[in-house]
Ligand binder design. Structure first.
Ligand SMILES: Nc1ncnc2c1ncn2[C@@H]1O[C@H](COP(=O)(O)OP(=O)(O)O)[C@@H](O)[C@H]1O
Ligand SMILES: [Mg+2]
Length: 224
């Protein structure tokens, strides 16, 4: 499902990723843990096609293949389309659109993919209900608590049933109960739809529930 080879990232002179190799199978739930500054977010952004790796020395070339697509060779337009249809993101900073309601925010990726309004709204309501938000669907982000906004962002990430979900501290600002619900949802998605999940987390329970726990140390995965 995801094959990353020799991923490097430099910010000026600072080498943040030092040749990461990673293989993730379809339907696998992988957690990534590690100290702050280890490079977890940078790696997730690159795996999620939101950022590009720095070029590496020739003889040991960098590559990133997701769902059999050679990501680093795609142009911006095909990459945007690929991302919309195949990848879901749950990040620390959820960036909901302020002028739209919770329901509308969840529906937008489906509209971009050309899906019908009625089906999309039905699916969005189902997801919001599962996440405990059925009473808040017509509220705008600034009328929702941080945890509620985070759950809306989760529903938005799931609306197109992406093959791969990338999550960066998804339960970081949720209360214990909502966090547990979200963690259960991850496993349910995998069981029902064979979704692949890559989750950066400081939540030890979630990290240990994963099929595989990768530990990032100083720009490398110490237990690949
Ligand atoms: N856009 C950027 N420009 C410069 N340095 C950055 C940038 N993003 C991250 N870094 C640096 O890269 C290192 C790894 O950051 P990050 O991937 O966010 O780590 P983590 O998610 O593991 O805490 C840190 O030292 C951080 O300061
Ligand atoms: Mg981070």
């Amino acid at each position: 499902m995801i094959h990353a080879k020799n991923i490097h990232k430099f910010y000026d002179q600072l080498e943040v990723l030092k040749g990461v190799d990673l293989h993730i199978k379809k339907g696998e739930i992988v957690s990534i843990v590690g100290a702050s500054g280890a490079g977890k977010t940078t790696l997730l952004q690159i795996l999620g096609t939101l950022d590009k790796p720095s070029s590496a020395v020739k003889e040991n070339e960098t590559s990133l293949v997701i769902n059999n697509e050679d990501i680093l060779k795609m142009n911006d337009k095909s990459l945007s389309k690929f991302r919309n249809l195949n990848l879901g993101f749950i990040f620390q900073f959820h960036q909901l659109l302020p002028e739209f309601t919770a329901l509308e925010n969840v529906c937008i990726p489906a509209y971009i993919a050309g899906k019908k309004v009625s089906e999309t709204e039905k699916e969005a309501k189902k997801l919001l209900e599962y996440l405990g938000l059925s009473h808040r669907i017509n509220h705008k982000p600034n009328e929702l608590s941080g945890g509620e906004q985070q759950r809306v962002a989760v529903a938005r990430a799931l609306i197109n049933k992406p093959d791969v979900i990338f999550a960066d501290e998804p339960s970081g600002n949720l209360d214990t109960h909502s966090a547990e619900n979200l963690h259960q949802l991850f496993f349910q998605l995998r069981d029902e739809f064979g979704q692949t999940l890559v989750i950066v987390t400081h939540n030890e329970e979630l990290a240990n529930m994963a099929d595989r726990k990768l530990i990032m140390v100083d720009g490398q995965i110490s237990n690949p």
